[in-house]
Design a protein around this ligand. Structure first.
Ligand SMILES: Cc1cc2nc3c(=O)[nH]c(=O)nc-3n(C[C@H](O)[C@H](O)[C@H](O)COP(=O)(O)OP(=O)(O)OC[C@H]3O[C@@H](n4cnc5c(N)ncnc54)[C@H](O)[C@@H]3O)c2cc1C
Length: 408
């Protein structure tokens, strides 16, 4: 089928492709196995990403047709319709067509020297003396074949089915929420440059609801729930929410998808002998928002650099690969711990408290304190940056008080 590649990457999602791109740029020839027949499908993501982070990774500006809209504002609503808006002085986020973005990353990786094998499912890892030595693949659902590799990067996404074979602990099921996302046409009363966020347990018990407008009057609308039927919650949001129901009263759903999101923070250990776990599979997802692309890509680059060093040193032991986790943790550990606390805080609030919080933020002028922010991914570092502003200090003191009162 193929010569033994330098590295195998399981999964041609954004994280797998970006790892492949970085390995190829470093002079290696990785092989990516993707179970679907086309990269980017099925797509189940809102593709709402920070422009600054994309730019830092050399992924912005993007070719025509990938960016659907850019945003310099966000409107937050409580379940009874209280509105709190932040308007930034410049565009901060972009919504991407995820299928096209994934295809773009894969194409760049291919041009750089990576090989993509589609319609090919990795059935299992091949273990020898506690080392991952390659994978068993099922080509087009027919023939099973062993492919040897020096190192295997697992970017299989949230299912983490293969990861479990290594003995590493997979992501925590209690950190999972269940999301629905719909493409809708005929949206009314929205600002084209603002993302709508609907907070509160009444409509989205696991995270929040969102509406991301495109320029042609359509939008991506979604939410996530901790338990219950996400489709039913979406119907409720679209028909009963005091603001969303007006925006979506005439809307028509043209496509709908369901998928889980992991909010529990990174798994305990992301490396083993001959093996690195990256992206959703390692739960490298922001617990505050459920955004996994930027942190996944950030860790994918570190994984590629670690794999490159391991190949050069011919040392694939977990002792050598440990540096992957250390580098990810040095870069993102503080942000993850702040975002996990933020998630716990938000989960602890009753809908009445959410309403109170938005009113308070409005009164304090938190929006003004945040208006010149351009980094929204690294929320721990962002918090440190804005702490010097009196309104933010007061807001944080208030949030702590709310949290404590919700937990006593
Ligand atoms: C409704 C929803 C909205 C979201 N919105 C956002 C957002 O706005 N911004 C953001 O940053 N994040 C968002 N996310 C999260 C984001 O989609 C994920 O974090 C991101 O896709 C993770 O990328 P990945 O490459 O790790 O995994 P995936 O994108 O899941 O890719 C994994 C790939 O591996 C393949 N695969 C799996 N197992 C095998 C196997 N055994 N053999 C071969 N191939 C295999 C799969 O087919 C898939 O192509 C959202 C998620 C959901 C559910």
């Amino acid at each position: 089928m193929c010569d033994s590649p330098d590295a195998i990457i399981i999964g041609g999602g954004p994280v797998g492709s970006y790892a492949a791109l970085n390995l190829a740029k470093l002079g290696f020839k990785p092989t990516v196995f993707e179970e679907h027949s086309a990269i980017g499908f099925p797509s189940h993501c809102a593709g709402h990403l920070s422009i600054r982070s994309l730019n830092t990774m050399g992924l912005y500006p993007l070719p025509n047709g990938i960016v659907e809209n850019i945003f310099n504002a966000a409107n937050f609503y409580s379940p009874i319709g209280t509105k709190f808006s932040i308007r930034f002085s410049h565009p901060v986020t972009a919504s991407l067509n995820r299928a096209r973005f994934d295809q773009y990353l894969a194409r760049r990786a291919e041009v750089a020297g990576a090989r993509f094998v589609l319609s090919t499912r990795v059935q299992s890892l091949v273990m020898e003396n506690d080392f991952v030595k390659g994978v068993n693949i099922l080509n087009n659902g027919r023939k099973e074949e062993f492919i040897h590799s020096k190192i295997t990067l697992d970017a299989e996404g949230i299912s983490s089915r293969l990861l479990k074979q290594t003995g590493l602990k997979a992501l925590k099921p209690q950190g999972l929420v269940y999301a629905v996302e719909a493409n809708v046409e005929n949206v009314k009363n929205v600002e084209r440059d603002a993302v709508e966020v609907y907070l509160g347990k009444a409509y989205a018990s696991g995270l929040y609801g969102w509406l991301i407008p495109t320029l042609d009057g359509s939008a991506k609308v979604g939410l996530a729930v901790k338990r219950g039927n996400p489709r039913e919650s979406l119907r409720k949001l679209m028909t009963k929410h005091p603001v969303a129901s007006k925006q979506l009263s005439k809307a028509k759903i043209t496509q709908i998808t369901y998928h889980a999101i992991t909010l529990g923070g990174p798994i305990e250990k992301t490396y083993g002998n001959g093996f690195l776990a990256v992206g959703d599979c390692a739960s490298q997802v922001k617990p505050s928002t459920g955004g996994g692309v930027i942190f996944g890509l950030t860790c994918a680059k570190i994984a590629a650099e670690t794999a490159c060093e391991a190949i050069r040193q011919a040392d694939f032991s977990s002792v050598a690969l440990k540096v992957y986790q250390k580098r990810c943790s040095d870069l993102l550990g503080f942000d993850f711990s702040v975002m996990l606390r933020l998630r716990r805080f938000l989960d602890s609030l009753s809908d009445e408290k959410v309403d109170e919080m938005l009113r308070f933020c409005g009164k304090l002028g938190v929006n003004k304190a945040l208006s010149d922010v351009d980094e929204i991914d690294f929320q721990g570092k962002l918090m440190l940056k804005v702490l010097g502003k009196p309104s933010m200090l007061a807001a944080i003191a208030y949030f702590v008080m709310l949290y404590l009162s919700a937990n006593t």
